[in-house]
Design a protein around this ligand. Sequence first.
Ligand SMILES: Nc1ncnc2c1ncn2[C@@H]1O[C@H](COP(=O)(O)OP(=O)(O)OP(=O)(O)O)[C@@H](O)[C@H]1O
Length: 358
Amino acid sequence: MTGLRAEFVLTQGDFRLQVDLRTGPGEVIAVLGPNGSGKSTLLDVLAGLRQPESGVVAVDDKTLTDTAAGVRVPPHRRGVGLLAQEALLFPHLTALANVEFGPRVQGKDHTAARRWLDDVGAADLADRRPRALSGGQAQRVALARALAADPVLLLLDEPFAALDVDAAPALRGVVRRVLRDRAAVLVTHDPLDALAIADRIVVLADGKVVEQGPTREVLSRPRTPFTARVAGLDLVAGTACPDGLRTADGALIAGSGGAAISGEPAVAVFRPADVAVYTERIHGSPRNVFEATVTAMEPHGDVVRIRVAGGPPWVSGLAADLTVGAVAELTIEPGSRVYLAVKATEVRVHPAVPDSAG
Ligand SMILES: Nc1ncnc2c1ncn2[C@@H]1O[C@H](COP(=O)(O)OP(=O)(O)OP(=O)(O)O)[C@@H](O)[C@H]1O
């Protein structure tokens, strides 16, 4: 057992997808990236729906694509399962018959279908037809159907995106449980999905892998603006210097730790919760202070997240989390002039991805 290996190049129009990813046996990998970065195209290649110009796709000891050796296993022979945004169940079959369908047509044992339904918490739905299922229930049945085919690799394409906020967490829990020790690739926009389910994260930008590593590590030390945004962190790009980071316009962001090398491209990363907000300039403080204008205020859990714009371009998009009480006391609203302050000890300076897309 070697896990998933996907190393290929595919060009469509003026878009070029270049991927090199490997996972350990039974690992779940989450793929994140901005719109148009190549996530769906990657799934299509893994599923065998598109053929790369060059490269290899293999799961464990099974080669699915090898352009040099002329190997292209067709989609229905790959043993690759798919759970899409919509459940896409056969409308005229019961939930149980939907789950039995795959093994039946393959001439395999279909008597385990009830157990799969039970595994995803849908045993009591066995006799229902899809139109009598909620979105979350239909996704459970679709998951049972995908698992019943015993795939070597399961692809999940935004499986929670079409569910309401109550159904998504329950299904997320089910997916985490059934994917234990099963190779899977999860495309998602939600870092919570990645944290809850994935062992590793790959971030695509413009057809290239810009970040890759263990989930918590990637999300806590983002190297690109996109990853920082999905991880809910503030990020300023520049060049590492002995005291922290120097922006392109010469501002110093004092920071500590984070292993960036002086003179190399770097990013300063901090948490919105560590940013204090003032309406008057503060003097004599050892903290980093950025002058900014409030552009948006939105509830974020039990705090209010404010977004700001600069001044300098690197200030734009920074966020600070305030309690409702603090917002009321400061009397700020969109358009207000504020000063953001963050202590150097709260700022980590990490090596950046050169030419990172955001
Ligand atoms: N059949 C096609 N022919 C030519 N270009 C295509 C084709 N399909 C997709 N593209 C282009 O390839 C790029 C990657 O598309 P892809 O759908 O893989 O991105 P994505 O990351 O899944 O985006 P989203 O998050 O919006 O779903 C885009 O620039 C898209 O316009």
